[in-house]
Ligand binder design. Sequence first.
Ligand SMILES: [Zn+2]
Length: 205
Amino acid sequence: MTTTDLWQNGWLATARRVDSPNFGARPAGAEVSLVVLHNISLPPEEFGGAYVEQFFTNRLNPATHPYFAGIADVKVSAHFFLRRDGELAQFVSADARAWHAGTSSWQGRDNCNDYSIGVELEGSDSQPFTSAQYAALWSLLDAIRAAYPVVAVAGHEHVAPGRKSDPGACFDWSALAERFPQFIVGGASSSPQAADKVAQSVFFE
Ligand SMILES: [Zn+2]
């Protein structure tokens, strides 16, 4: 596929499109230079349900699970969601600003949502990601690289150290660095102690 076939207005042809209302415009002139990786599971540590998709589209029923009552009104999104089996969903055009990183900074530049693409991996801080997810992530990063001037891939834990812990210690950063030697990978400016400062794990990461 050519880049033109692969992307239409920031929507990736190989992803299942699920529109989220939780997005805005990127600031004028903002170049997409960063990919931020996350993990999420709803309920925490449970995989395979429709709840993440419902959460990102403001359709999560607070009565379904006790955990949902506390987050049902939270308005967040990510550009992409990668299931355990490698299925890829897209909620926000990569040309637009999704709401995934929150208060964040990468190499001295605040507000990562302005200039990043957010990718949520279905998972948790305590369980290894699947080989299907890595394969799909590599394909996704290839597609992103073909269309956007991305120079780095960081974790939420790296752009919000002490506040966020995802994708967590189970994510194989060395495999990513080996597959994408052209990217700055992981916490280029964070300390390894940062994860220890995370007071509690938050699962709508
Ligand atoms: Zn996160």
